[in-house]
Design a protein around this ligand. Structure first.
Ligand SMILES: Cc1cc2nc3c(=O)[nH]c(=O)nc-3n(C[C@H](O)[C@H](O)[C@H](O)COP(=O)(O)OP(=O)(O)OC[C@H]3O[C@@H](n4cnc5c(N)ncnc54)[C@H](O)[C@@H]3O)c2cc1C
Length: 254
């Protein structure tokens, strides 16, 4: 049977490429940002992700998805990996994977959970834990494009020690005009924090998000339960489900 030719851009995305770890940054005790060099990388939009494939000497292979943490920058790609204690892949990528080591990578993947820097409508970003990664790519792309789109970020983490990108977010909150950032702690807060620790509630979304009348595009990312809870709360507050875009960081192993 004759094979159907794939359009060039699609086949470029499906192609596995060999990336090399150029450097890394430890963000927290359990999260590490990997700076990868990917020859021939076709570029990407903030919000997209990649598939990463690992293969051992016996030929056993497994793959996981990871969000792109920064806007496109030539052949450099940035991922932030949160170690899952009993995980198969994340403890290696955020642990023994060393500078100069190769890894296979494919993408970019995803066309819905993306933000175009040319867009001007208000944006609400809601992150749970490592769900901050693709939303940080949007915050960074906004800054890079000198966009004036009004942004609000609500970031839910367990404790102050779990904050990924903590110092950059502090700087962004101070310097990026039109960006408001609220951190919600679920288990322990910094001293004298105005909000008691607890799960992100509809009242938090109401207080720190945009009113539905502003018709913001909402991007929600994190563990599956968190995403479903936030998306339902946003709908209950009156947000149009068509303006709520979600990304679930559930298990992706295969
Ligand atoms: C589109 C997409 C983008 C993603 N982007 C990122 C990212 O930017 N950074 C990142 O760190 N992760 C991201 N993930 C999650 C990632 O793909 C893996 O699921 C995660 O790294 C765990 O893989 P593992 O092999 O270490 O654990 P596994 O061996 O797959 O799982 C071990 C155990 O942990 C549970 N588990 C699996 N995944 C998670 C999770 N995310 N949180 C809590 N428990 C889990 C499993 O149910 C299992 O019990 C993304 C997932 C998707 C679908």
């Amino acid at each position: 049977m004759a094979r159907t030719a794939l359009p060039g851009r699609l086949s470029a995305r499906l192609e596995w490429r060999v990336a090399t770890l150029a450097d890394y940054v430890d963000e927290t005790a359990t999260a590490r940002t990997l700076l990868l060099d990917v020859p021939g990388w076709p570029g990407h939009l903030p919000g997209q992700h990649v598939d990463v494939r690992l293969t051992d000497e016996d030929g056993y292979s497994t793959q996981r998805s990871y969000s792109l943490a920064a806007p496109a920058d030539g052949e450099r790609v940035e991922l932030t990996i949160q170690r899952v204690a009993d995980g198969e892949v994340s403890p290696y990528l955020a642990g023994d994977f060393a500078v100069g080591d190769p890894v296979e990578l494919r993408g970019p993947v995803g066309g819905w959970f993306v933000w175009h820097p040319s867009r001007t409508v208000p944006v609400l970003l809601v992150a749970g834990g490592s769900g901050i990664v693709p939303l940080m790519a949007m915050v960074r792309a906004r800054r890079q494009a000198r966009s004036r789109a009004p942004f609000r970020l609500i970031y839910s983490v367990r404790t102050p020690m779990d904050l990924i990108y903590a110092s950059e977010l502090r700087r962004s909150a101070r310097d990026d005009g039109g960006l408001d950032i609220t951190t919600v702690y679920t288990r322990a807060t910094p001293e004298a924090w105005p909000r008691a620790p607890g799960r992100l509630a509809g009242s938090d979304l109401e207080a720190y998000g945009w009113p539905p009348q502003f018709e913001p595009t909402c991007y929600v990312c994190g563990p599956t339960g968190f995403v479903e809870h936030v998306a339902t709360s946003l709908v209950n507050l009156g947000h149009d489900p068509r303006r709520i875009r979600t990304e679930r960081f559930g298990p992706t192993g295969g």
